[in-house]
Design a binder for this molecule. Structure first.
Ligand code: QAP
Ligand code: CO
Length: 171
């Protein structure tokens, strides 16, 4: 089922999400709804809180070198913990909860992630490049943070200005 994506400045987006304790049919329905919603809105990543569910669940589905978004490349990440990180990388990020705005954010270039899959199996995996960026972006949502909060003072001002302009235009 396609769900509504919460948009800044919705207060729910500031909530801290909680760990999943039951790897059951409810979780699987949530994951399916998140996937349907993300694909419908042409996203590559989504955290559960973006559809109003404060659980430590995120999905990421990057496109391949041909630009195709294959479901076989879907990551379902539950209760993630970054156990190692190093390096720095800058990327022009966007977010389904901040539609139409993109700006450069600095993040660790390499992470080692401990997480659970939909069946409650634990995994430890290293990520680099866009996948490392996406995981960190989505994990910020679990802490109630948006990428616009990581911008420099001037870039944040630029965002506020553009956002207000957009509100006035009724978009
Ligand atoms: C998070 O972002 C992310 O403004 C996922 O109008 C960001 O899926 C992962 C989107 C950067 C890796 C790098 C944004 C769609 C989608 C928009 C998204 C929009 C339509 C953003
Ligand atoms: Co986001």
């Amino acid at each position: 089922m396609i769900r509504e994506v919460l948009v800044y400045p919705n207060k729910l987006l500031r909530e801290t999400s909680k760990d999943v304790t039951h790897f059951d049919a409810h979780l699987h329905t949530l994951l399916q709804d998140m996937y349907d919603t993300m694909i419908c809105r042409e996203g590559i990543g989504l955290a559960a809180i973006q559809i109003g569910v404060p659980l430590n669940v995120l999905i990421i589905n990057l496109v391949n070198e041909d630009g195709a978004q294959l479901s076989e490349n879907l990551y379902e990440i539950i209760n993630p913990v970054i156990v190692e990180k190093d390096g720095l990388t800058i990327y022009q990020e966007g977010c389904l909860s901040v539609p139409g705005y993109y700006d450069e954010v600095e993040r660790a270039a390499h992470i080692k992630l401990r997480y659970f899959d939909r069946n409650g199996e634990q995994h430890e995996e290293e990520f680099t490049d866009l996948m490392a960026i996406a995981v960190q972006h989505e994990m910020d949502h679990l802490k109630g943070r948006l990428f616009i909060e990581k911008l420099s003072y001037l870039k944040r001002k630029k965002f506020e200005k553009e956002w207000k302009k957009k509100q006035k235009a009724g978009k």
